[in-house]
Design a protein around this ligand. Sequence first.
Ligand SMILES: *[C@@H]1O[C@H](CO)[C@@H](O)[C@H](O)[C@H]1NC(C)=O
Ligand SMILES: *[C@@H]1O[C@H](CO)[C@@H](O)[C@H](O)[C@H]1NC(C)=O
Length: 363
Amino acid sequence: MLSSSSSSSSHFVYSLTLFLSLFLLFLFAPQILPLRKQQKIQQSPIFLQDELDDLHLFQEATLASTRGFSKTSHLGTTNPKPKIAFLFLTNSDLVFAPLWQRFFQGNDNLFNVYVHADPSYKLSTPQWSIKANFIPAKRTERASPTLISAARRLLANAIIDDPFNLYFALVSQHCIPLHSFNYIYTSLLGNPNAASKAFLTQPSHKSYIEILSKDPHLHNRYVARGEGVMLPEISFDQFRVGSQFFVLAKRHALLVLKERKLWRKFKIPCIDLDSCYPEEHYFPTFLSMEDPKGCSHYTLTRVNWTGSVDGHPLTYHAPEVSPALLHTLRKSNSTYSFFFARKFSPDCLKSLMAIADDVIFRD
Ligand SMILES: *[C@@H]1O[C@H](CO)[C@@H](O)[C@H](O)[C@H]1NC(C)=O
Ligand SMILES: *[C@@H]1O[C@H](CO)[C@@H](O)[C@H](O)[C@H]1NC(C)=O
């Protein structure tokens, strides 16, 4: 009797303790779980409405490309040339606009400018006198697939806007040109006066995008969304890394806009935010699957990762800007010397403008 009663009372105590522990765990679990997991939950997902808007936009671009040049054939009389679309992806002021403006000067009808500016940042009126198309933009965030969406939106808008855009150069507000417009144009499309022929040879245009299969962090990046999550669409053997900034030929830009399969995986939020750089993987992985021979595998945008901080490359400041630095930054081990460089801090503008004509735009 006694023992039975003691046993039942201890049962009661156990049950109560268990109930209390579970209750407390439930109450405080969010605080006990590691902070990173919390951030993961709060990391902004790709919202369904944004996804649908993009889908519609990308389909429109694909459709526009099938109409070819007929819609604008009336331009034939003015002998239109192939153009380079410069795609500015930014979440702050375009402080180097005056430098880019000088870069573009005198090259009307050979380029277009499109800007995707994160709407959560209020841009102060850019000192930008050339015609820039500010495309409908959405919020962008580091360590999230929103940067992929923004780049694809830029490509789509540029394709829809002007069928003569044959190359698409993605840059950021921290990028500067390292050569004259003419040098870059001629390297990509040939002499502008003979360049109309390039319309016909467009299928052979190469894309300049970094595609690397060897990187010490590659495996961490591959499993950033969880073990096996990328399968079966993307095996580790197929997973690539490369610079976020590229110069794509139109045929590849169109492939990227039609792509759905890899996107289904890349849009999944990361669990490991330290290894989450979707924009450095999506484009290189996809293009290396689709057309490895049509891509350079190296980038035309110089960046200095030596001494990088928190995933950001070295940022140059005003005192470092010199003709010697600019000449060094151009040097590459590839077919072409570098076209662009990043990252430059806003205080560099004055020093860069001072050497623009004599150094930067002198090839
Ligand atoms: C790259 O950064 C490293 C580390 O700060 C520096 O020593 C080196 O001079 C830089 N290279 C160039 C070309 O600026
Ligand atoms: C070119 O190759 C050399 C030797 O491998 C290397 O030290 C240098 O950093 C490379 N330059 C660039 C710009 O990648």
